[in-house]
Write a protein that binds this ligand. Structure first.
Ligand SMILES: CC(C)(COP(=O)(O)OP(=O)(O)OC[C@H]1O[C@@H](n2cnc3c(N)ncnc32)[C@H](O)[C@@H]1OP(=O)(O)O)[C@@H](O)C(=O)NCCC(=O)NCCS
Length: 199
């Protein structure tokens, strides 16, 4: 498989980032993990500024600090996925949303990229001292549920959620355990400088 890495969004990725979101619109696909980029399609600089603020904001019921990364395929520098990692949980995120939202662009799905995306996400969580990651997903989102289970996610509960108007599954991943168990396999697929990019 191709090597992947995280890159923090910068001005030089503007065209590629807009192209990423456009593909979801073209394919009428659910957008997730983009740190609100789809609301800033005509203000990329404003989005970069928002991401800077997101990183340092104090956790409250309104907002929590978060990191957003592009998942980049090293061979052609394409944005194949994105992830938004909430570094703290408020009551709302505990009920719906959890620590992580992610996506893989429609034309690059089913290549195993999202499991790498989540593995890198867990490394970022470990760096920030998060021990147990809460991730939720719609019961019918088999690809997301399989990603979470592949990284050792345990199903905590499954119930109807009013905000999502859907049956939502809550999973928890023991970060240190998952990284330890998957390190050998996943280190083959992440580029050498991935760790420094996360910090
Ligand atoms: C969820 C999503 C990120 C998965 O991306 P992906 O590139 O297909 O994921 P992967 O290729 O890494 O596959 C992960 C697992 O899901 C399985 N899978 C992928 N697509 C599937 C599908 N349509 N049906 C069933 N299983 C599927 C894969 O086989 C793999 O399982 P395995 O490890 O047992 O083989 C992608 O579908 C997406 O971006 N969806 C829109 C946004 C979204 O729903 N985000 C999640 C919100 S909770």
């Amino acid at each position: 498989m191709e090597k992947l890495k995280y890159v923090k969004p910068t001005k030089e990725y503007e065209k590629k980032a807009l192209d990423y979101v456009q593909e979801f619109l073209d394919y009428n696909s659910k957008i997730n993990g983009v740190g609100g980029l789809h609301r800033f399609l005509d203000d990329y600089d404003g989005w970069l500024k928002k991401l800077e603020e997101d990183r340092i904001i104090k956790a409250s019921e309104e907002k929590v600090p978060a990191e957003t990364f592009f998942l980049i395929r090293e061979s052609d520098d394409m944005i194949v996925g994105m992830i938004n990692i909430r570094l703290a949980l408020n009551e709302h995120l505990k009920k719906f949303g959890g620590h992580i939202g992610y996506s893989i662009r429609p034309t690059e799905r089913q290549k195993g990229y999202n499991t790498i995306n989540l593995y890198l996400g867990l490394l970022c969580c470990q760096h920030h001292g998060i021990k147990d990651v809460l991730i939720d997903c719609s019961k019918s989102n088999f690809a997301s549920a399989k990603t979470i289970k592949a990284l050792g996610g345990n199903l905590l509960k499954e119930e109807y959620n009013e905000e999502a108007d859907d049956i939502i599954q809550d999973y928890v991943i023991d970060v240190d355990k998952s990284i330890e168990e998957n390190k050998e396999l996943f280190s083959l697929y992440i580029s050498e400088n991935s760790l420094t990019k996360i910090k």
